[in-house]
Design a protein around this ligand. Structure first.
Ligand code: ZN
Length: 83
């Protein structure tokens, strides 16, 4: 299989993060956080397998749930985890 890696289908395809299990599309992150696809974050290297938050080390699995309601920028809203 030789598919162009930058097609729109690729961006719109539903993916499941291998770390936190969230369903995402690359496109949803590219719209709001396109700068993270460039160095130094290089999310373009991980966007196939991980959501942006996990790639950046700020995913739900990186911070155990705590009772702090005020953690600054909450750009992403995660749906309930479905095992
Ligand atoms: Zn994730």
């Amino acid at each position: 299989m030789t598919q162009a890696h930058n097609s729109m289908d690729h961006f719109q395809e539903n993916r499941s993060c291998k770390e936190c299990g969230v369903t995402y599309t690359i496109g949803q992150f590219y719209e709001s956080c396109s700068s993270n696809f460039d160095p130094p974050d290089r999310y373009s290297d991980g966007c196939d397998d991980y959501c942006l938050a996990c790639w950046l080390g700020v995913g739900p699995n990186d911070f155990p749930p705590m009772e702090d309601g005020d953690s600054g920028a909450t750009e992403f809203v995660y749906p309930p985890y479905k095992g």
